[in-house]
Design a protein around this ligand. Structure first.
Ligand code: GBH
Length: 463
């Protein structure tokens, strides 16, 4: 048995728009994802999050499943437009009531609620009235919304995550246009990233000044990153891999730990990269009590032989990824998930060790890790998901190795609890430990659910 440290947090995660449904119920306002998913052609087969997993009505059944699974914590996000239908102003008490019921029932079942304040569902009113994440004033809107969350729920919440994967909002929302609000630009991602970092800092500042002294929770940010392995041992390829990390993770982590963007970004992007004011810098530096990491895959990174080879990677971010000047490829021997993402468990170990070294040994939580597997539209295939069990076994094993090598990893959350509304893929990609019948909303635990349940209960991996 490979045991994990005592008090290691085993959990599973979801996000509001992906599971709740009840999109027009009890006073909820629209978000940019409601608008985006209703534009024909944006989402696989015209799916939307209107109903999703109908968790809004089925949260009791879902919490019973969590309890049975044996997780110590459950990470979910709060829908901003359910609390503030217009993004600011009047609070929707029915929305507050929903999260109160959810949080209370989790605690009654001995499951720690971990709350993500923002998992991409910006109130549509803020997009229309102020250009959403492009407007520097959005940071104050985030802080005001967060204050309401702390005030209404903070007496029972010990773990807050300000933002989920700002990289996606910047690059997929404003670069490639794959995500809401569907903007395609070479410059907007840098502005959006900048405003989100400021928003994070303002939220943390509100918590630390007004709530943390009495509520005594911790607060941090969750970023996503692949691991990038140098293609060869050459100095150029090693520098390219570091650059890829800088442009993905360092972009958001460096300001939080050091108060500035990575040097390699400043060198390459120049004046397109906004500058922090002294005040913002001071608020940002040290603004995370823990390092939240979502991790899914690994690539090979190389110095491009010539600038032309970057073209095939230019898709992500409408060309913006080309600016890091890294040639990203896959090792043909690597297996892939149904998303086409490489399965490379040791990549997580390397990334955890890299974070630990680079950012001064912070407490780390893996706040998402998981996979979609092919053929799971078919229930029988999904319930016998040996591929996912294998995936989790190896990735959790990699976490164990990272701890042995000294990383201060304190928790692991599988993504996701349920098959859900998988953004642009709608219901066609299934990441859940639990299979969902989107016709009648019945839930069916997969083999991976039972396997993961044992890991949680044993606090370790059986060999
Ligand atoms: C997460 O995003 C989200 O937080 C969650 O809502 C979502 O359901 C879940 O993942 C599953 O998709 O360069 O081709 O290797 C994950 C976002 C994952 C962003 C992998 C970039 C690299 C793709 N990302 N990724 S690739």
């Amino acid at each position: 048995m490979r045991k994990f440290p005592p008090n290691f947090r085993w959990g599973t995660a979801t996000a509001a728009y992906q599971i709740e449904g009840a999109a027009r119920l009890d006073g909820r306002g629209p978000s940019i994802w409601d608008a985006f998913s209703h534009i024909p052609g944006k989402i696989h087969d015209g799916h939307t999050g209107d109903v999703a997993c109908d968790h809004y009505h089925r949260y009791e059944e879902d919490i019973a499943l969590l309890k049975d699974m044996g997780v110590k914590c459950y990470r979910f996000s709060i829908s901003w437009p359910r609390i503030l239908p217009q993004g600011r102003g009047q609070v929707n008490e029915k929305g507050v009531a929903f999260y109160n019921k959810l949080i209370d029932l989790l605690i009654e079942n001995d499951i720690e609620p971990w709350v993500t304040i923002y998992h991409w569902d910006l109130p549509l009113a803020l997009q229309i009235e102020m250009d959403g994440l492009m407007n520097p004033a959005i940071a104050t809107c985030f802080a005001d919304f967060a204050r309401i969350c702390f005030a209404r729920f903070g007496d029972r919440i010990r773990h807050w995550i300000t933002l989920n994967e700002p990289w996606c909002c910047a690059l997929l929302g404003h670069g490639s246009g794959d995500f809401a609000p569907g903007r395609e630009s070479d410059t907007e991602p840098y502005v959006v990233a900048h405003n989100l970092l400021r928003a994070h800092a303002y939220m943390v500042d509100v918590y630390r000044r007004e709530f943390q002294p009495t509520q005594r929770g911790v607060i941090g940010i969750t970023n996503n990153s692949n691991w990038y392995r140098p293609l060869t041992d050459s100095e150029e390829d090693r520098a390219a891999a570091e650059r890829a990390l800088d442009f993905t993770l360092g972009w958001f982590a460096e300001p939080v730990y050091c108060g500035c963007y990575p040097q390699s970004m400043r060198d390459r992007i120049g004046s397109k990269l906004p500058e922090f004011t002294e005040e913002d810098r001071a608020l940002l530096k040290g603004s995370s009590d823990f390092f939240g990491l979502n991790h899914y895959s690994t690539n090979l990174a190389a110095e491009p032989p010539s600038p032309g080879t970057m073209e095939k990677k230019a898709r992500i971010g409408g060309g913006i990824m080309g600016e890091h000047g890294v040639d990203l490829t896959d090792d043909p021997s690597w297996k892939q998930t149904d998303m086409g993402w490489n399965i490379v468990p040791w990549g997580l170990r390397e990334l955890l060790c890299w974070i630990s070294e680079r950012y001064g040994h912070p407490p780390i939580y893996v706040t998402e890790n998981g996979c979609a597997m092919p053929g799971e539209g078919d229930r029988e295939v999904a319930l016998n998901d040996t591929g996912r069990v294998e995936f989790f076994k190896e990735y959790i094993g990699a976490c164990h190795e990272a701890i042995e090598r000294g990383a201060d990893l304190r928790g692991y959350m599988s993504w996701g609890m349920l098959d859900n509304f998988e953004w642009e893929y709608g219901g066609s990609k299934r990441f859940g430990l639990i299979w969902v019948d989107f016709e009648d909303q019945d839930r069916y635990p997969k083999a991976s659910y039972h396997w993961y349940s044992n890991v949680c209960k044993n606090n370790g991996l059986e060999d």
